[in-house]
Design a protein around this ligand. Structure first.
Ligand SMILES: Nc1ncnc2c1ncn2[C@@H]1O[C@H](COP(=O)(O)OP(=O)(O)O)[C@@H](O)[C@H]1O
Ligand SMILES: [Mg+2]
Length: 226
């Protein structure tokens, strides 16, 4: 599904040059659940944002189902994201003055579809994460765990085949973190490929593969028995 070939990402300012990613080679097959680990500042978010086409490699190729995304225009990339990707962040990133239902609807913004089928998709996504009873609430009226589940519903409402999660359990207590992991594993079991950055060894253990990053370089990629 995914192939990164010698991907590097440099950040340049007048004074300094930071190599956030250095010659990353990584292949991810459809249906994998990959956990990315490494110390703060090592390039995990840059890698995830590159996989999500939010960030472009400075050099190297990014093949997605055989297509080199590095060559696509911004408009084509937006189409690619709407069709294939779902994003989950550590800080939920819900819009404060929209209801939970409306927040989840944002996940369909760039997708075509009839109104009726949109409502059906939103209700299915809400049921999937157990948040339907909070549809008319606003984010601040929900607990952190509920907010993250709503954010997951927004990420999956368009049925993405690739879910990218940047420390999705980082702001949650143990119980809510476990709930989020169960939801991610369920999505993976029903076919979604998942790539998750985490600092939690016990959450990384639940993935089918673990990738370790250090100073912008991939230092290990290990399949895990589940
Ligand atoms: N927009 C940016 N401009 C300049 N440097 C950046 C930018 N984003 C990240 N970096 C630098 O790239 C390196 C990797 O950052 P990041 O991918 O956020 O690491 P991680 O997610 O592992 O903590 C860090 O040294 C960081 O300071
Ligand atoms: Mg990060």
């Amino acid at each position: 599904m995914i192939e990164l070939q010698n991907v590097s990402r440099l950040y340049r300012s007048d004074e300094i040059e930071t190599t956030a990613l250095h010659n990353i080679n990584l292949t991810i097959r459809q249906g994998e659940f990959v956990a990315i680990m490494g110390p703060s500042g090592c390039g995990k978010s840059t890698l995830l944002n590159t996989l999500g086409t939010i960030d472009r490699p400075t050099s190297g190729a990014y093949l997605f189902n055989g297509v080199d995304l590095a060559k696509l225009s911004e408009a084509k990339l937006a189409q690619h994201r709407a069709r294939h990707l779902g994003f989950i962040f550590q800080s939920f990133n819900l819009v404060d003055d929209l209801t939970i239902y409306e927040n989840i609807e944002l996940g369909l913004l760039y997708r075509q579809g009839q109104k009726g089928s949109r409502r059906q998709a939103i209700e299915t996504a809400m049921d999937r994460v157990g948040i339907a009873h909070r549809a008319r609430h606003f984010p601040h009226q929900l607990s952190g765990g509920q907010q993250q589940r709503a954010a997951i519903a927004r990420a999956i409402v368009g049925n993405p085949d690739l879910i990218l999660a940047d420390e999705p359990t980082g702001n949650l207590d143990t119980e809510n973190g476990a709930q989020v992991m169960d939801i991610l594993k369920g999505l993976n079991a029903s076919g979604a490929t998942i790539i998750m950055v985490t600092h939690s060894p016990s959450h990384a253990d639940q993935a089918s593969r673990r990738v370790d990053i250090l100073d912008g370089q991939l230092v290990a990629s290990v399949a895990q028995m589940l």
